[in-house]
Ligand binder design. Sequence first.
Ligand SMILES: NC(=O)c1ccc[n+]([C@@H]2O[C@H](COP(=O)([O-])OP(=O)(O)OC[C@H]3O[C@@H](n4cnc5c(N)ncnc54)[C@H](O)[C@@H]3O)[C@@H](O)[C@H]2O)c1
Length: 306
Amino acid sequence: MEVSLEGKVALVTGAGPNIGSGIALALSAYGAKVACNDSRKEAAEASAARVEARGGTALAVPGDVTDEADVKGYIETILESWGRLDIVINNASLLGGRSVLEEDLASFSRAVNVAAAGNFLNTKLGAIAMIERGIKGSIVSILSSNAWQGAPGVIAYAFHKGGLANFVRAAAMDLAPYGIRVNSFSPTAPDPDNPEIVAERKGTGWPRPRQVQPAGARPSWWREMGTFDVRGNIPMGRASTPTDIGHLIAWLCSDYARLVTGCDFTIDGGARAKYWGYTPGSDNAGPVPVVPLDGVGPLVSLSEAE
Ligand SMILES: NC(=O)c1ccc[n+]([C@@H]2O[C@H](COP(=O)([O-])OP(=O)(O)OC[C@H]3O[C@@H](n4cnc5c(N)ncnc54)[C@H](O)[C@@H]3O)[C@@H](O)[C@H]2O)c1
């Protein structure tokens, strides 16, 4: 028995050179036609070109996920091109941010709007396209650990990822009578593993570096935050990759998952299950090779490549 998305059509928002492009490649490797959206036209085109280069069928559908006319327009393009829509991956997001003490209202509101309007419009208009064609599709919102746990320095991100966690459950209830499933996936700082994606990230300088306050700009009462260790706190000792995420999402969007709705998934080597005070030792799972996608070629870890 094999997972197959043959005959299905997928839309991936924010399909730039990291998780979104990895998911687009995976959905294609499992047989779906894939429409790659991004507000950066060149990123949408590069993502679609990567799918086609390995023999898949893709369409670049640039547009801003917060703009209703853009979303209507690219869903219409997908329907005109392929006649259906089965899968929507709400991946576009603005990462990074600032603490509650430093964030400004404009940046906070924009980050929240990309998540809120983006997930709302693509879920609503994608679901209507499915319902009108009698398609029992699958919608997946990409969340984050910040949907479930508090971290410093990302107040807008924490707000909108946490909100999306219950958006998914509520949309799952709204769409259950139509057989449309709504789930979420929570990445945990995955390690990019596709050499072409790694090269595009390096070549375009995307993602843009986090905004940091210049030295001396902070008030005298400012207190420094603690530190993060996103690689050392994984019980299995290995970070996931966009390819791992793609395998899971392909299954989630397949007919095998016909009754899976309102759920969140993660691939984190046990990080989220871990008791907060526990620090894993240096003995870990050892090599646990990622299973490559057909036709994508050898995988490389970004951290090893640098
Ligand atoms: N990378 C991580 O470590 C990590 C960890 C946890 C969760 N996530 C989540 O995974 C998803 C993908 O993350 P990533 O690291 O690949 O991010 P990324 O920044 O590399 O890609 C996001 C893409 O979204 C696009 N985008 C931004 N605003 C848009 C808009 N209004 N309309 C259309 N496209 C827009 C960007 O141009 C970019 O290409 C996001 O939802 C992110 O929050 C990432």
